[in-house]
Design a protein around this ligand. Sequence first.
Ligand SMILES: *[C@@H]1O[C@H](CO)[C@@H](O)[C@H](O)[C@H]1NC(C)=O
Ligand SMILES: *[C@@H]1O[C@H](CO)[C@@H](O)[C@H](O)[C@H]1NC(C)=O
Ligand SMILES: *[C@@H]1O[C@H](CO)[C@@H](O)[C@H](O)[C@H]1NC(C)=O
Ligand SMILES: *[C@@H]1O[C@H](CO)[C@@H](O)[C@H](O)[C@H]1NC(C)=O
Ligand SMILES: *[C@@H]1O[C@H](CO)[C@@H](O)[C@H](O)[C@H]1NC(C)=O
Length: 852
Amino acid sequence: MWTMNMAVLHLPVYTVLLVGYVQAGVADGDVTPRLTFSYNAKERTAKRFSASGVVNFTTLHLSNEDKTLYVGAREILFALNLTDISEVTLHRNQDESYILLTLTVAVHMGNSRQEEGRVQFQRQRPAGKRAADKDCFNYIKIFLRVNSTHLYVCGTYAFSPTCAYIKTDNFSLVKSDSGEVVTEDGRSRCPFNPEYKSTAIIADGELYAGTVSNFQGNEPIIYKSLSQGTSLKTENSLNWLQDPAFVGSAYIQESLPKGNEVGDDDKIYFFFSEVGKEFDFFDNTLVSRIARVCKGDLGGERVLQKKWTTFLKAQLLCSLPDDGFPFNIIQDMFVLTPSPEDWKNTVFYGVFTSQWYKGASGSSAVCSFTMDQVVEAFNGRYREVNRETQQWYTYNHPVPEPRPGMCITNEARKQDIPSSLRMPDKVLNFVKDHFLMDSVIRSSPLLLKRNAHYTQIAVHRVQTGSKVYHVLFVGTDDGRLHKAININGKMHIIEEMVLFRNSQPVLNIELDTEKGRLYISSFSELVEVPIANCTNYQSCGECVLSRDPYCAWDGSQCVDIRQTPPNKAWQQSIVEADTATICNKVLNPRFAKSPSIRTSACQPITIPANTFRVLPCKLRSNLAVRKWEFRKTPGHFHYPSPEGGLVVVGQADRQENYECWSVEEGFRQLLANYCVRGEARQESTTFTGRSHIPPISQEEFIILPGEARSPHMNTKTYWNELLVVCALLAFSLVVFSLFVVYRNRSHMKSMLKEGECPAIQQKKPRTVGKPVENLPLNGNAVTASVSDHKGYQALNDNYICSTPPCSSPDNSKSFSESEKRPLNLKESHVEISPTCPRPRVRLGSMIKDSIV
Ligand SMILES: *[C@@H]1O[C@H](CO)[C@@H](O)[C@H](O)[C@H]1NC(C)=O
Ligand SMILES: *[C@@H]1O[C@H](CO)[C@@H](O)[C@H](O)[C@H]1NC(C)=O
Ligand SMILES: *[C@@H]1O[C@H](CO)[C@@H](O)[C@H](O)[C@H]1NC(C)=O
Ligand SMILES: *[C@@H]1O[C@H](CO)[C@@H](O)[C@H](O)[C@H]1NC(C)=O
Ligand SMILES: *[C@@H]1O[C@H](CO)[C@@H](O)[C@H](O)[C@H]1NC(C)=O
């Protein structure tokens, strides 16, 4: 029941505030996480691991066979017992290596000269590198399992990458008979510079790495080191890779199931962003790529000796469906394969950011691509470069047989080509120049988040009953985790958690599907969080509205479906969030068997008459709307507090009832119920009266200055006076402004005649102060997005001008233009700005057409 009394002023204001709030959420088009948990929130507890002096938890390798999490940090390796990663006490023993009491020795690579047989730390320190330079530490970049007994580890080792083997049973470095640690040259496997983005994967005992092979960092390479004999690599002179930043790799067993009629080979996929040379007159446009090689590739006999004969790449494009705005820089890729045999149903989930900015502080997108799309692109047309003009064209002529870049299949074997060594020269010569596929693998964002920079993703395939859901876990560069699910094409962020004490990027996410845990690392901390906490959904409505696939309502509580045996009583409604059917009893929660019953008995509050009190009401969901309900009585006074509470004033010897309800998708839940009683008192005891108030800790207690001394003064007269003053003030303001206009009428006229220029100038401060939504694509590229792509040339090439805030008239013109036509990508055009000498281009959906 809404009171009609004080309505004249407060009620409309309150309603407008509410409506305004709801509309802001919708119009923004952004996804609000339903729940938000602060660091170390008790509802979402995490186990933590950190060690003093240990930073840069750069690599994580989860081994369910060993029940161990292998962690590579700067200068040190850990093997953490999965039973409890946090219950580890570190001891420094005499030789400065770390001992983990519960399980194992953490191997301390580098810097410990006492350790016998260690390679000298300062070996080959590059000229010009200061000894204290932080880059001269040994950053672990590769930590993978080779076989059932050994792990392989590589570190940057002060710009001289080095690798070693570790025995898993006692977690010690493999030593030679003479007691020396067996090391291998890490070149072409591990980058020199710790900041370089590289990737590595071990498939069938062989290491495949995407990295750089020289100290300068300008020789990108995809490298396979055969267990015995020669290695394979990309051909550098042919520019197969253009300053790539690798974000991941995957091994997909496309030879399965055994004995199928295609007889294809297993493949290794690489994901990276690089300079898109096919857009070569759009200088330094970055593109995301998927590249692949075949496991059985042995290189060519005469042509492409010791080089890949199966290297092909295609563009991955994650762009907005409406205006084609591209999220062109891939940050991470998670490859979700239901089972090795079922590789055809693989889904590639990538997180992308943009080289350009749309929205005030950047946004990120999650896009997914299917295996069908990928196969289609690699089976489609090739592109060809004109070596003279350096322009790329679609290759429309017949291609040699067997199809260049394909793995050896039964078809090839029939033609007496059992391996790449027997591949005809004309096929290999073709592949040298036709490594880029013509079709672009497109997708539009599943999840688009403003003001978030996503860095990592993991995806869990959850089967609940007959339905399958893909739950996305996405990490941000400021240490948050989003758990999200796609419902009929719309994204729902189930929860957001702050993972680390300090804002630092999520570097790795490892998902333990068996135990239902996530291991997430950053610069200085490693956390373990359970994938869900169903206990925290305290009513049927919360359980259903959460749309959390891990949780189901069993009639009395929200249960974790992975921890209890399947039950017919379980009810879920992930798609519809149908609280009406599942929680029908709860529609009147006062009588429902739910924890909200606790608040349904009203909480008595006694305050001195004519004093104010804030009644708090904390929403349990960011998507819910708060509704206060109370009886209408004359002389009532109340208004909303900024935090969503209700400010009420005590009425002498009267009791008022205030209920705070949360409404979310039609589900109503009582959050708080107060009985406020005003206590009449003598003028002289105004202040001592306070001692009778039952202490309610977080609540404010306000006494209006005027009120306290004159309790007889009615609120009504107070407001009437205020109204009169306001009206008088407004009137005099209007009169004054009319007067000013009248005085300056001639000046105003001339200003209007001048036309556009003043208008443009007026817009300038807007773009300077708070960048608005519709900045031109090329207008506000900020260096942050450059560092996303950590290729060397990109880092050195200062191609993205830090945009000076509208320093020249030209600039301001381009700003205003784009405000009229926000991000109209169909009208791509080259623009030369005085501050950025190279021509830059609005990248648009028509980009393909403008190449030819
Ligand atoms: C789950 O939530 C409940 C209720 O908020 C809380 O008491 C419990 O500690 C949480 N459990 C975990 C593992 O976070
Ligand atoms: C991990 O810790 C548990 C409990 O402390 C212990 O039983 C188990 O053996 C440990 N695992 C390993 C691999 O050491
Ligand atoms: C595992 O790899 C290591 C290092 O290459 C090798 O010494 C060992 O024999 C291998 N073990 C097995 C069981 O293959
Ligand atoms: C680990 O085991 C190997 C043999 O399996 C042994 O040679 C080596 O000394 C052991 N290392 C440690 C640190 O115990
Ligand atoms: C190592 O951590 C520091 C912060 O502690 C960070 O600035 C640096 O970029 C990190 N380096 C790598 C290679 O992760």
